[in-house]
Design a protein around this ligand. Structure first.
Ligand SMILES: [Zn+2]
Ligand SMILES: [Zn+2]
Length: 349
């Protein structure tokens, strides 16, 4: 056997049932285990109010509009939307096979907290619950708009994902199209139901419960885990245990439990390297295009870009060039790391 064949022989392909693609796990298992490395950076002191921040209460935004003197979560229409009602109705017709259409939608920003320096991880349980109810209201409100076929809510956090303003906030894109990953997940869920009579995400939860090694934390109504098919080192899913197509469908008791598990995950993330942990955090929710999505199971997916404190997971040949993820870590090991971390934030300890 050649050197290369031996190398490939240690790889494992894991099926991602929601994305319908293979994830390649190429971890070198002989590597030494992680040994509690922390980032040795001087943590910047961030004030709780920044007069130059366009998200702080009372401040003016680029458009000239002024933020209210808000005290809880605060939602406003984005001044620089990627999609907006102001899009031209008919773009110029392209040549040949190419086609286009107007981009319509509504883009909003939701500030989590009036304080410039309180991240979601450092928020109280009540504040996280308030955010979840804000998400419920926005999904329902925007989703009911006849031109809106999907509501994508997401937070980009940290300079590693291009965010320089630390004021904690998420964005909401209510669009006339369904984002591709959601479309794929909805199709996969429907096909699975047609073929087996069972809900795909419930089968994922059942497999995780059976194995146990990738579960981070759970309570009566919610659970967090790194799925068997996780693509990023710390790709945590947070989900209700009952199938609810959107955050808006959660019962009051589920909101409380979901917020608690979400907060526990965020605290563990920050405790991992004793630093604010960067991530992309999308809510995966059913489209609002009038289809039947009873089989769609709402969940949050964390896509953290770091493998280690100063080591980015670069998307390169396999991911960008080929379209499949090559993971250098094993979900079972990364889940064990997170599970072992304390549930009290290091800055509040
Ligand atoms: Zn601010
Ligand atoms: Zn998803």
């Amino acid at each position: 056997m050649t050197e290369q064949h031996q190398f490939l022989g240690r790889w494992e392909e894991r099926w991602h049932p929601l994305r319908e693609e293979w994830v390649i796990v190429a971890a070198h298992r002989q590597n030494r285990p992680w040994i509690g490395e922390t980032l040795t950076h001087a943590e910047k002191t961030i004030p709780d109010y920044d007069p130059t921040c366009y998200l702080c209460p009372g401040n003016a935004r680029v458009s000239g509009k002024q933020n209210d003197a808000y005290t809880g979560t605060y939602v406003f229409d984005n001044d620089h939307p990627c999609v907006g009602d102001g899009a031209p109705t008919e773009p110029p017709t392209p040549t040949g096979i190419y086609r286009n259409r107007p981009a319509n939608g509504i883009a909003r920003v939701a500030c989590y907290n009036p304080k410039h320096n309180i991240t979601l991880a450092e928020s109280t349980l009540q504040e996280v619950q308030n955010l979840v109810t804000t998400w419920q209201r926005e999904y329902t409100d925007l989703g009911n708009h006849p031109a809106v076929n999907h509501v994508l809510i997401f937070e980009n956090k940290g300079e590693a994902v291009g965010v320089s303003n630390p004021h904690p906030h998420c964005q909401i894109y209510a669009t006339n199209f369904v984002f591709k990953t959601i479309e794929t997940e909805a199709r996969a869920s429907q096909r699975h139901f047609n073929e087996t009579g069972r809900i795909l995400f419930q089968e994922i939860l059942a497999a995780e419960a059976q194995d146990q090694r990738r579960i981070i934390c759970e309570n009566e109504h919610a659970i967090a885990f790194i799925p068997y098919f996780g693509r990023y080192a710390y790709e945590v899913f947070v989900a209700p245990k009952q199938t609810r197509p959107s955050v808006a469908a959660l019962t009051d008791a589920e909101v409380v439990d979901f917020a608690a598990v979400l907060r526990q995950v965020l605290i563990k993330f920050d405790n991992l390297w004793q630093m604010p942990f960067p991530y992309v955090m999308p809510l995966h929710q059913a489209p609002t295009d009038g289809g039947d999505y009873r089989n769609f199971h709402f969940h949050i997916e964390f896509h953290p870009p770091l493998r280690k404190p100063n080591l980015l997971k670069y998307l390169a040949g396999p991911e960008i060039g080929g379209g499949n993820f090559l993971s250098d870590t094993v979900p079972e090991e990364k889940a064990a790391e997170l599970r072992a971390l304390p549930d009290r934030h290091y800055r509040r300890a």
